[in-house]
Design a binder for this molecule. Sequence first.
Ligand SMILES: [Zn+2]
Length: 240
Amino acid sequence: MNIQKCVILFFLVFVSFSFAGELYFIDNENIQRYNGRSGKWIEVNTVKQIKTLANQFGITVEDVYRINNIKEKQFKRSFVFFSYSDTYIQQLMEKGISLQPLSVSYDAFIWPIGDPEKISSGLGRRWGRFHPGVDIPAPKGTMVRAAMEGKVIYAGYFGNYGNSIVLEHRDNYVTRYAHNSVLLVKVGDYVQKGQAIAFVGSTGRSTGNHLHFEIRCADIPLNPLDLLPEKSLIIMKNPK
Ligand SMILES: [Zn+2]
């Protein structure tokens, strides 16, 4: 075992015992997370490509279909999540890809909307494209709160996102809050966790009042449902 691996292993063990939360491996290009698995989102055109990629990552085609809730016969071009086998992850490490273990404690984030009951769209494939966050329906004017303390790095209208806010946090985390009716903070402001930053609306590309919420680390969209405190929510399936 080389030194690099030792360091990684030591760090993993250390971090695992230090935090109650989950451990994420983040590498800008190589590893992403979805439904508690490490892998990667890839835009795929054909069923044949799915087979080739599944083979490459050491998983079965059935796994790919199950994780993504895809039916082979109905498959059309879209983003597909390929989880990595342990062997493939090991190979990545042997290639010297520097995985940054990143600890996530479950109390790091709070829900940006007080008491949500449902998620109308989850992170993942939607309408054949990749939806990088969760949609939380709420009446217009509902208060949107900072999910973690941080600095406002964007506050304004931004294309499909409408009136949106982007906060920069510690450890390379960024959160985004989109489709708001009113923004309450400006670029450069520092906000506390739980501080009101906007009111829910339906600006930008939106079909009704809701908050589109993203958590990214090193610009990789993570599944907010993996990181936010657990709630018994009704989670609606993303339309294919
Ligand atoms: Zn959305």
